[in-house]
Design a protein around this ligand. Structure first.
Ligand SMILES: *Cc1c(COP(=O)(O)O)cnc(C)c1O
Length: 407
């Protein structure tokens, strides 16, 4: 297909021109009100939020050198450890066909040198924090909720990020609300929350250079974030990378430690974010309705399952995370779909040990077979409103053909 458009891989909230010129409410106050969280600190990215959280915890628990994270997650999470020496990252396996940590392995990996366990609300789903809390609690380790992909998700009626000791959201491009990079950091514990704020004040300067660059990127987003524009700024690069067989470059997860600046989210972008935030609840609700309808269609295909929420949980739906019957079926589906412009892609290509730049920070844990299965059998279908019902049916029809012809 040679259509000159590209549906974005996630349901990012489009900006309006008046967001860029608005002089609206304070972003931290608006986020606190919107999600019923303590008034958050606003570092320059989700990764910077994690680094601040880790440094704060290191001061409270000196001598603890291990950070346990899901073996299948954003490589930036592991790279954060580079800025918190001597911290090492221990990958933990997942439960079969799930984003939740393997309980048995987590219990084996946790010891009195464990600083924290990261629970990741991947794909907007609400992960199991209670089990991690129980296990981490036995060794005095903290639980950090990585809600980078899940701002707006509710766990038992409360925002994700409030059950664990620390929570953070990401305001990067494509993660729902965006300030072209930004992080939202908070803790339900008032003392720890104040400590996070102080650590931000101390470690994160305001950078005029970064502020100008990111503001330009935010303007670029306002201009280009529609299927025609995305063909040029995203689709062409994707196709070029795939033509060279470089899947990591295709999804843009070839990060290194030099991709992690440390500064504060500046005032102008906070204003833009606060203006757009007013539209987010409706946007998330429409996305939820659309995603649940489509998940039901996908779940009806033999051997296909969409990662869903448990009762009492209400996640967000940036995209649908689809588990295919086999790695072969996943690859067969991606062959026509990845370059179709229909918003079908893969999340992270590898588990953590598959990234060259992450390896020096890793400490071997247990076997991570299920996380590897997850990496080889999943694909993502955008939940962008630009993927109309008609276009979704095209994706569904492709998948139907694949699962009907296993070989
Ligand atoms: C994007 C992401 C991060 C990092 O957030 P940035 O704002 O891009 O630094 C962390 N964890 C997960 C699961 C992510 O998807």
């Amino acid at each position: 297909m040679t259509r000159q458009w590209e549906i974005p891989p996630t349901a990012g909230l489009p900006l309006r021109w008046r967001d860029l010129f608005g002089f609206s409410a304070d972003l931290a106050d608006s986020l606190a009100r919107q999600f019923s969280i303590p008034r958050p600190a606003l570092p320059c990215s989700g990764t910077a939020a994690l680094i601040i959280a880790l440094r704060t915890l290191q001061q409270r628990m000196p001598g603890r050198t291990r950070l346990i994270v899901p073996a299948y997650t954003c490589p930036l999470v592991a790279l954060a450890a580079h800025y918190c020496p001597p911290l090492r990252v221990v990958p933990c396996d997942l439960q079969p066909n799930s984003i939740d940590l393997d309980e048995r392995q987590l219990a084996q990996l946790c010891d009195d040198s464990t600083l924290a366990v990261v629970v990741t609300h991947l794909a907007g789903r609400v992960a199991d924090v209670d089990t991690a809390k129980r296990i981490a609690g036995t060794v005095g380790a903290a639980v950090i909720e990585d809600a980078a992909q899940a701002m707006g998700a509710l766990d038992d009626g409360h925002s994700v990020g409030l059950k664990g000791d620390v929570g953070f959201f990401s305001l990067a491009l494509g993660k729902g609300l965006t300030t072209a990079e930004g992080g939202v950091l908070f803790s339900r514990d008032p003392v720890l929350h104040q400590a996070l704020h102080r650590q931000c004040q101390q470690d994160l300067p305001l950078s005029l250079r970064w502020e100008l660059q990111r503001s330009a990127e935010l303007w670029g987003y306002a201009l280009a974030y529609q299927p025609r524009g995305l063909y040029y700024v995203y689709g062409k690069g994707l196709r070029a990378a795939l033509a060279q067989g470089d899947e990591v470059a295709a999804v843009g997860d070839d990060f290194s430690v030099s991709d992690i600046p440390l500064h504060r989210l500046g005032g102008y972008r906070q204003q833009v974010g606060a203006a757009a935030l007013a539209r987010l609840p409706d946007y998330l609700q429409q996305g939820r309705t659309r995603a649940l309808r489509r998940a039901a269609r996908l779940n009806a295909l033999p051997g296909v399952s969409v990662i869903m929420d448990r009762p009492g949980q209400q996640g967000t739906w940036p995209f649908l995370m689809v588990v295919m019957p086999s790695a072969h079926a996943r690859d067969a589906a991606m062959a026509p779909l990845w370059t179709s412009g229909l918003g079908v892609t893969r999340l992270f290509i590898h588990t953590l040990p598959g990234y060259r730049n992450v390896i020096p920070l890793l400490q071997p844990g247990g076997d991570i077979t299920q996380a590897q299965e997850f990496a080889t059998r999943t694909l993502s279908i955008s939940n962008s409103h630009w993927l109309t019902d008609e276009r979704f049916e095209q994706v569904l029809a492709q998948l139907k053909v694949i699962v009907a012809n296993p070989d």
